[in-house]
Design a protein around this ligand. Structure first.
Ligand SMILES: [Fe+2]
Length: 183
């Protein structure tokens, strides 16, 4: 893993010495380990299954599996850079652009990097399960979630403090309001 000094621009404006390219390389290398059978892979049709494979000083690496229709919902990675490599299967990424959401296919072997401020959803639209390796630098501490409103604007709905890219924590949507109803 390369940690040579780089400019703030090359680092993607995140507080880490790792570049996006180095983070992508880390997910590629770990994906090769998964394909070689070095890590256990499980699937859970109720809740996406994930496990942290590595906790480096500047990056966490996670293994995530996806059954049909499982998705992350639209989110960012707070102040962390992110990257993923598809180990097996086909995923669809819905990326927020100023012009709206754009889909792109992430087939087996495909790698992508996420600069700070990147908002996306990842979903398995296929019946076959999928497996992917994700890395975050600095390690995740928070994520925010979004929706696109009727006018096509991106609206942040809530944020969570989490080290886990699959946070299982209450969200504002699930918290009763002062009138006793949920929002
Ligand atoms: Fe993400």
């Amino acid at each position: 893993m390369t940690t040579a000094p780089t400019s703030a621009r090359a680092r993607g404006h995140a507080p880490t010495p790792l570049t996006l390219d180095a983070l992508v390389e880390l997910t590629r290398d770990t994906a090769a380990d998964v394909r070689a059978g070095l890590h256990e892979v499980r699937f859970d049709a109720e809740n996406r299954w994930s496990v942290r494979l590595h906790a480096h000083t500047y990056a966490d690496v996670w293994l995530i599996t996806w059954t049909e229709d499982q998705s992350t919902l639209l989110h960012d990675h707070a102040g962390s850079l992110g990257a993923l490599t598809v180990v097996d299967g086909d995923l669809t990424e819905r990326v927020w652009r100023p012009s709206g959401l754009r889909d792109r296919a992430l087939a087996t072997g495909r790698s992508v990097g996420f600069p700070v401020g990147y908002v996306h959803d990842v979903v398995n639209t296929r019946s076959a399960p999928a497996v992917s390796v994700h890395a975050y630098s600095p390690p995740l501490t928070a994520m925010s979630y979004y929706r696109v409103d009727d006018a096509g604007a991106l609206r942040r709905t809530h944020s969570v403090l989490t080290h886990d890219p699959e946070p299982d924590v209450p969200t504002l949507d699930a918290v009763p309001s002062r009138t006793g109803t949920t929002r």
